[in-house]
Design a protein around this ligand. Structure first.
Ligand SMILES: Nc1ncnc2c1ncn2[C@@H]1O[C@H](COP(=O)(O)OP(=O)(O)OP(=O)(O)O)[C@@H](O)[C@H]1O
Length: 306
């Protein structure tokens, strides 16, 4: 759905992207991560046709963005890190305006109300955008860029300024947009949250792609079949004590912890826990592993540096 080849971009005194290439499949959610100044925003702006690369190609749904930018833009929703709103308009008017600007057919008010409801803004329709709090402005900006149900959604730091409840709401929204078939790229520094909904991680550093891989093993991929679990034992045990488990052999580290992909249901997870306890193992925890994305990121970044 997104194909990038040999992409380079330079600001007057800085090469921000240097021969970037990758392929993003349809229906995936890609976490775009990297240190400050790595080139994430520049990359998203090139994908969104807002910057013209000095070398390389970007294809969106097979459309070359340099040759047919207007056609490519119809596939796109883009949330800029520093977005602007029409402060004098109400929430409803902002959304009606964007629905009209995208040439939506049918009743723009229905589309506007629908997008507002998805972002928890249904009771704010008559408030002026200029009077909204930072987090509510962020939600309105997101509603604006999904109102035309784009096939590709690019978001630069969408969680910044959102309170914890709204961030959880954003994760739910991203999952539901993915379920609608949208291909999504999200740049963020909050890896624990990205792990909640991303299927792939694309790491950039110093304008280059360091790594691009599915999160939690290839079989997880877009279908999110497997979850990553972390087992923690109160003390290390002999490998033989873990033989014959339904998940196959587990590789305990020196402190008695193991991280592994688990394709079963929550009932299967409960059965695994019962099995571990029945074996007399000192189980301190068996839960979804939310730290692994951060660990993977740090490891891959370190490995890429001399
Ligand atoms: N308008 C600009 N003019 C000159 N240099 C720029 C400009 N915008 C970005 N840069 C430089 O290009 C490089 C990439 O910046 P970019 O904003 O794409 O990084 P980023 O990964 O999004 O960073 P952050 O995580 O801090 O938002 C940085 O070295 C930055 O200083």
């Amino acid at each position: 759905m997104i194909d990038v080849d040999g992409l380079s971009f330079e600001y007057p005194a800085k090469r921000a992207l240097d021969g970037v290439g990758f392929h993003i499949g349809p229906g995936t959610v890609t976490a775009l991560v990297g240190p400050n100044g790595a080139g994430k925003t520049t990359l998203l702006r090139c994908l969104a046709t807002l910057e013209l690369p000095y070398a390389g190609r970007v294809l969106l749904g097979g459309i070359d963005t340099a040759e047919e930018p207007r056609r490519a833009r119809r596939l796109l929703g883009f949330l800029d890190e520093f977005f602007g709103l029409y402060d004098e308009l109400t929430v409803l008017q902002c959304l009606q305006y964007w629905a009209g600007a995208h040439g939506l057919e049918g009743d723009v008010t229905v589309a506007a109300r629908d997008a507002a409801a998805r972002l928890g803004l249904a009771d704010r329709l008559e408030e002026r955008a200029g009077s909204l709090s930072r987090g509510l402005r962020q939600r309105l900006a997101i509603a604006q860029v999904i109102i035309h149900k784009p096939r590709i959604l690019l978001m630069d730091e969408p969680a910044s300024g959102l309170d914890p409840e709204a961030r959880a709401g954003l994760a739910d929204l991203i999952r539901s947009l993915q379920a609608d078939g949208m291909t999504i790229v999200v740049s963020s520094h909050i890896l624990v949250e990205l792990a909640d909904y991303s299927t792939h991680m694309l790491i950039v550093d110093k304008g280059r792609v360091i790594d691009h891989s599915p999160i939690g093993g290839a079989e997880r991929g877009a279908a999110r079949l497997a979850r990553r679990l972390r087992l923690v034992l109160a003390r290390p045990v002999a490998a033989a004590a873990l033989a014959g488990l339904s998940v196959g052999p587990l590789d305990l580290d020196g402190e008695g912890a193991a991280v592994f992909d688990f394709a079963g249901s929550l009932d299967d997870q409960a059965a695994l826990l019962r099995d571990l306890v029945a074996r007399g193992l000192p189980v301190a925890a068996l839960a979804e592993d939310h730290t692994s994305l951060q660990d993977q990121y740090i490891e891959k970044l370190k490995a890429s540096r001399p």
